[in-house]
Design a binder for this molecule. Structure first.
Ligand code: 13P
Length: 248
């Protein structure tokens, strides 16, 4: 299984900054074998970054997608448009989208289907808040998010998806889950997928960790059996730190 290191740039970087970053990454980054690298700029920079990445092994992701193929949805972007712009992946259900625009598990599930229908590979984000963890509700929350998010995903499509476990309390806080805490939830996620889709598919599904990942903690996280990569926020904005994470 290839591990996946994805940089989520959130609402940072102008088109020019994003393009220059991508050009430098292509020129300077030696990707170790068995690793896949993805960057997710904001919508306006997608085309420029796609052009900069062309011919390289680095792949492009969007940070959001609409659940309809087209229509009168002002301000929205469809999966087909993202494919057209050069994306291979899309982040769906990030906790910041669950919190701020208030995306529900049901909507997230529809977005996932819309992405898969166009051949866009979804990175489904799930994770509990601090209050939920303290109440001992982590596994209940995770189960609900997986069941709803993947509700109508066919057996043949599940392999194209990636699940990102991002405990909300670890995002942007500098408080990473310990490798043991992350592994515990990753193993639980894999078991949940196994129950729904069988052992073989569960064994192939990539489950990546996100939440204050940096060049200092990535090695230990990646040494855990069920951690198959990372979704990196803040530390992906700097080329040296992102490159060091890719080469953990
Ligand atoms: P940080 O790495 O900044 O904590 O963000 C994680 C994240 O939300 C990635 O999607």
């Amino acid at each position: 299984m290839q591990s996946l290191i994805a940089g989520n740039w959130k609402m940072f970087k102008t088109v020019r900054e994003a393009e220059l970053f991508a050009r430098r990454l292509v020129a300077e980054l030696d990707i170790p074998p068995g690793r896949e690298v993805v960057i997710a700029p904001a919508f306006p920079a997608l085309c420029a970054v796609a052009a900069a990445l062309r011919g390289s092994a680095i792949k492009l992701a969007a940070q959001n997608v609409h659940d309809q193929a087209q229509g009168a949805f002002t301000g929205e972007v469809s999966a087909g448009m993202l494919i057209d712009a050069g994306c291979e992946y899309v982040i769906i259900g990030h906790s910041e989208r669950r919190t701020f625009p208030g995306e529900t598990d049901d909507l997230i599930g529809r977005k996932l289907l819309a992405a898969l229908a166009q051949g866009l590979r979804p990175i489904l984000c799930i994770g509990e808040t601090l209050a939920e963890r303290e109440q001992g509700a982590t596994f209940t929350v995770i189960t609900g998010q997986i069941k709803e998010g993947l509700k109508n995903v066919a057996l043949g499509d599940i392999g194209d998806a990636v699940i990102a476990y991002e405990p909300v309390w670890a995002i942007g806080t500098g408080k990473t889950a310990t490798p043991e805490q992350a592994q515990e939830v990753h193993a639980f996620i894999r078991n949940t997928i196994e129950d729904a889709y069988g052992k073989e598919l569960a064994g192939k599904l990539r489950i990546i960790y996100g939440g204050s990942v940096n060049s200092g903690n990535i090695g230990k996280l990646m040494s855990e059996k069920d951690i198959n990569g990372a979704l990196v926020g803040g530390a992906s904005l700097d080329i040296e730190s992102f490159s060091a994470i890719v080469k953990y």
